[in-house]
Ligand binder design. Structure first.
Ligand SMILES: Nc1nc2c(c(=O)[nH]1)N[C@H]1C(S)=C(S)[C@@H](COP(=O)(O)O)O[C@H]1N2
Ligand SMILES: [Mo]
Length: 234
């Protein structure tokens, strides 16, 4: 069995969960929607309640499993499987060695919070996919997480229009575990649920299975604005 795919989860403490309840009293709705059953706010972010309110320009940390997978950069592997010309496994270093892209864009969750002008860097997913090469039948990409539960997908058509990053850095530093490090996806013009954290595998397929939240009714086409284009941000 491949050791690199084992991970430890860090369960939320009782205090953590209680904190979330207090926040809901304070006006932040922590319902059964995208907040997830066990999602909460990282205490390390610090600061007062205002920082977590919609428009407070602070990320909220989400996880649908109640823990954060812990994958060291040395154990990290990104699998490329399915309808690629060849199946591959990339190490963290392999990803760092690919041409880097930077972009600055808002991060917006459908629950109402948005963080403006977040600087990201990583590798263009479109570039990566073209380098590896797709078989003719491939029409979409499915994404899997080291948490073993969360999934997402993009059609190749969406990929061409979005400038998706296989992201390793945010605000000029390596992604933290809470934000999906070592490697997550960042899909600039779509709602945050497309930006899968702890990315473990990209699978090229004919017809994508809808992602975790999409199976619960959220749109597969998750554009935050009507034109669905990046408008020259990249
Ligand atoms: N693996 C995983 N990825 C995920 C989620 C999650 O719960 N698990 N939540 C999604 C949602 S709804 C949002 S808004 C963003 C939040 O990113 P953050 O936790 O870095 O703020 O992650 C997305 N990616
Ligand atoms: Mo979200």
């Amino acid at each position: 069995m491949d050791e690199s795919h084992k991970y430890k989860t860090r369960p939320l403490t009782r205090r953590f969960v209680l904190g979330a309840v207090v926040f809901s009293v304070g006006g932040v709705i922590l319902g059964k929607d995208l907040q997830g059953a066990a999602s909460s706010i990282a205490p390390s972010l610090g600061g007062g309640l205002a920082r977590y309110l919609p428009g407070g320009d602070r990320f909220r940390i989400y996880t649908v499993t109640g823990g954060f997978p812990s994958i060291s950069t040395s154990a990290y592997k990104l699998k490329l499987k399915g309808l690629f010309e060849k199946e591959l496994e990339l190490s963290y270093q392999d990803i760092l060695d690919l041409p880097r892209q930077q972009l600055q864009h808002n991060f917006q969750c459908v629950t109402g919070w948005v963080v403006t002008d977040v600087p990201w860097s990583g590798v263009s997913l479109e570039y990566l996919v073209k380098e590896v090469g797709l078989k003719g039948e491939a029409k979409a990409l499915e994404f899997y997480s080291y948490d073993g539960v969360y999934t997402e997908s993009l059609t190749l058509d969406q990929l061409e229009r979005t400038g998706v990053l296989v992201a390793t850095d945010m605000y000029g530093s390596p992604l933290t575990q809470a934000h999906g490090g070592p490697v997550r996806l960042y899909v600039p013009p779509m709602y945050g649920y497309k930006s899968i954290k702890w990315l473990s595998e990209i699978r090229a397929v004919r017809t994508p299975t809808p992602g975790y939240w999409e199976q619960q009714g959220y749109p597969v086409d998750a554009w935050t604005s009507s034109n669905g284009s990046l408008g020259g941000v990249l």
